[in-house]
Design a protein around this ligand. Structure first.
Ligand code: 4AD
Ligand code: MG
Length: 445
């Protein structure tokens, strides 16, 4: 057999009588390659000093393994020592807690768990593009720096080059007309408004990029920088929007199970034993739908003691969302038609004049994974919504233009990429599905 060459990092090494066994991993898969280093190697004494974490390059012959646990092993003809690691290397063989590994986020991708999470993250991103491209959606790159607060929640990170010690002033206020963009700008919380412009030209579009929220909620489901997938469809109403959200969630679960079997096995063994039955359930059963008003009734009648109050007109809290999907419906559920007071300006007003065509898709274990709506396509109603939200329609001329020229019913949603990844892997903290998490008080690495 021809010699092959591999390179990677040593997971473990142990000595036997005439040779040394090296477990090598290059991150391409969960499985290690066993390397046999015979004592006839010219640098055998150096090989015997190699420790966990060291990088080597091995040339040798791949042979059927006699031992248990692997089909093949590599009998080394040459081992080049590329980079040593000493015994302060923090990823020793024993299992580490995710909390400890978070503190060494630069090394944790070398662990089985995080290597798996990030391979699945990559596949999930690919599957998202595949889903939309197969359905004729056009991928649009919406800007990261923007002047608008799409969600109207005021959770914006300012983008400015103004000297904080000596800002330009006008009438005792900071004069942002002198700032870099000659106006106030922020990191985007959502690409939706710009995606709407493209949907009203290319019909079916999607964005997939980073979004930013200066939201001071230190929970296991919130990050200050996260990725969002935002499809937007012209000639589409709320039902079509809910259909697409359900379809993509199922598609992604199916794709990851098909294409990442080793990783999924690891997650079900070491992260969440309930993962396989929960995902089976998602694939096999139709999702449920309920209006916000019905959901409030159900929660009130539940007899459950919640920390936060349940009242028409209040937002559903995570505990309420989880009761609905985990205890009541016992499957993913889409809640739709929310009171207009608790939703952003762009959502379409229903004929009852009280609710808007909002929808949230909730899944067991996480709660909200998708938030979306049909958009207000009627110019006068949109302008009225803006005023109600204390916005000046003049600041959004380009957005209202979309209602002036060839307006159409259109709808879309945002799927939280990390929340989807948490859902398919069973990993319960968002910090553990992002390579380098940004959360309030923390932006290391
Ligand atoms: O519900 P949200 O705020 O909706 C929007 O931003 C709309 N403009 C989307 C649209 O209609 N095009 O956010 C959408 C999703 C949520 O359902 C959640 O999955 C995720 O984004 N998300 C977060 N993920 C992680 N950390 C945060 N702080 C998140 N905030 C929202
Ligand atoms: Mg939402």
């Amino acid at each position: 057999m021809d010699a092959i060459q591999v390179q990677g990092w040593i997971r473990t090494r142990r000595d036997s009588k005439d040779f040394s066994f090296v477990e090598l991993n290059d991150g391409s898969s969960l499985k290690n390659l066993q390397v046999i280093a015979r004592n006839s190697l010219p640098n055998y004494s150096d090989v015997q000093k190699l420790t966990t974490g060291a990088a080597i390059c091995v040339r040798g012959a791949l042979v059927a393994s006699q031992g248990k646990g692997q089909k093949w092993e590599l009998v080394a003809e040459n081992i080049e020592i590329v980079g040593l690691a000493d015994d302060s290397y923090p990823l020793q063989k024993k299992g580490h807690t995710p909390e400890f590994l978070r503190e060494i986020a630069h090394l944790r991708p070398r662990s089985n768990l995080f290597g798996s999470v990030f391979r699945v993250r990559s596949r999930l991103a690919f599957a998202i593009h595949k889903f939309f491209q197969e359905r004729g959606f056009v991928y649009v790159h919406t800007p990261i720096i923007t002047g608008s607060d799409c969600e109207g929640a005021g959770e914006l990170f300012r983008v400015s080059t103004i000297d904080l010690k000596n800002p330009p002033r006008k009438d005792n206020e900071i004069d942002y007309a002198k700032d870099f963009f000659a106006r106030q700008t922020y990191l985007t919380v959502s690409g939706q408004l710009e995606a709407e412009a493209f949907a009203c030209a290319l019909s079916k579009v999607y964005t997939f990029g980073p979004t930013f929220r200066a939201e001071n909620s230190n929970t296991s489901r919130h990050a200050s920088e996260f990725w969002m997938i935002e499809p937007e469809m012209a000639f589409c109403d709320l039902n079509g929007d809910m259909d697409l959200a359900e379809e993509i969630v199922k598609y992604l679960v199916h794709d990851i199970r098909e294409n990442c079997p080793d990783e999924m096995e690891l997650f079900s063994k070491f992260v969440d034993k309930e993962l396989p039955p929960r995902l089976d359930f998602v694939l096999e059963r139709p999702f449920q739908r309920t209006t916000y008003t019905e959901a409030i009734e159900l929660l009130k009648k539940s007899g459950e003691k919640f920390e936060f109050p349940v009242e028409y007109g209040l937002n559903l809290q995570s505990e309420h969302e989880r009761w609905l999907t985990e205890k009541h419906f016992r499957c993913p559920v889409t809640v739709f038609n929310f009171p207009k007071e608790i939703k952003p300006f762009y959502m379409r007003l229903n004929d009852d004049n009280k609710t808007v065509t909002a929808m949230d898709l909730l899944v067991p274990g996480i709660g909200e994974i998708v938030g979306g709506s049909q958009r207000e396509e009627r110019l006068d109603v949109l302008q009225e919504n803006m005023r109600r939200h204390k916005m000046d329609p003049a600041d959004y001329k380009w957005y209202t233009d979309l209602r002036r020229y060839g307006t159409v019913p259109h709808a879309g949603f945002g799927l939280g990429f990390e929340r989807m990844l948490m859902f398919v892997t069973g990993v319960s903290n968002i910090r553990d599905v992002i390579p380098f998490a940004r959360t309030p008080g923390s932006a290391e690495f």
